[in-house]
Design a protein around this ligand. Structure first.
Ligand code: SER
Length: 319
């Protein structure tokens, strides 16, 4: 079988940093090209500076690298996106279309594009967001995800492009920091807890959201991309489930490990975004089509996060 050559956009982001390492293990580090608008200190492999709005450079890099797969992760997230909706639309959509056109032009065999729980919104049962339901988001980020899903479907139907997608829940991991999302609190909270600091949460205590541990999110991404094309029956984007919890539940989980942990609540503009998102999602299509099954629940994630972050924050031994 021919060795895949992989190009990742937005490789310095929360998912990208971890995904590149996993792709390096899977495909060999010398076959991964990480791209981003800024350098990625954690990445030792091949890197190119790339702004996804620069279509000629994107195409040229893809050609030079001989990419057979593209993981297009560059995007502005939900909360940050609301500060400049038109700019968010431009970066998220133009960047995506440049990737699609490049993939077509250079016969890239497989593309990954993340969608999100932010694609959901009005008119559905937020207690169990289904796979095929109306998508009426309330953020520009969500609008770009819905549009991206429809473009993916279109490119697959019209040109046979093998593009695959997941509607990620909030992603929690110790390896990298999120930037500008509504679910970021669920990462930040562990950093405060491990350092013995009280945490001020920007969502209300009972705001339930679907979440997933980074290890599961990466495993799902690789499983989706490895699945035979015939198994991929959803060509918009698959619902992906991991767990769901509220700020008071994650705090309770942390207290099982760090009993003195303190949390206060000061909901801000992100509360309204979270309130429009599903509390739970139905990922049965992913389970049926390519065997999805998460491994981490809330307490398992908490133990793993605290173990890793404790090592990071513990004083280094003097030599
Ligand atoms: N985690 C993302 C955000 O909060 C959702 O896709 O914006």
């Amino acid at each position: 079988m021919k060795q895949d050559r992989i190009l990742v956009t937005g490789a310095g982001g929360q998912i990208g940093q971890v995904l590149c390492q996993a792709l390096a293990v899977r495909h060999g580090a010398s076959n991964i090209l990480a791209t981003d608008i800024r350098a990625i200190p954690s990445w030792q492999g091949a890197f190119a500076r790339l702004d996804v709005l620069d279509a000629p450079s994107l195409t040229e890099l893809t050609r030079e690298w001989g990419a057979t797969q593209i993981y297009h992760l560059a995007a502005i997230l939900s909360a940050a996106g609301e500060k400049d909706p038109l700019r968010t639309w431009q970066i998220n959509m133009d960047g995506f279309l440049h990737v699609m056109e490049t993939a077509l032009q250079l016969s890239v065999s497989r593309v990954f594009h993340p969608s999100s729980i932010a694609a959901f919104g009005a008119g559905i049962d937020l207690d169990r967001a289904g796979q095929h339901v109306p998508l009426i988001p309330a953020t520009v980020y969500g609008i770009t995800k819905v549009a991206g899903e429809n473009w993916s479907y279109y490119y697959h139907q019209r040109y046979g492009l093998d593009i695959r997608s997941l509607r990620y829940p909030g992603i929690v991991g110790h390896q990298s920091d999120p930037g500008g999302g509504t679910t970021d609190y669920a990462v930040d909270i562990y950093h405060y807890a491990v350092q013995g600091k009280p945490f001020r949460c920007f969502l209300a205590e009972d705001t339930r959201l679907p979440m997933i541990y980074m290890d599961d999110a990466i495993r799902a991404t690789l499983a989706l991309m490895d699945a035979p094309a015939g198994n991929i029956r959803v060509r918009t984007s698959y619902n992906l489930g991991g767990m769901d919890f509220s700020p008071e539940e994650i705090a309770a989980s942390i207290r099982k490990e760090i009993p003195g942990f303190e949390i206060t609540y000061a909901p801000d503009h992100r509360q309204q975004i979270a309130a429009g998102w599903p509390r739970r999602i139905d990922d049965s299509a992913a389970r049926e089509d390519w065997g999805w099954k998460p491994e981490f629940d809330l307490d398992a994630m908490t133990r793993d996060m605290i173990r890793h972050l404790s090592l990071r924050y513990s004083p280094q031994p003097q030599s």
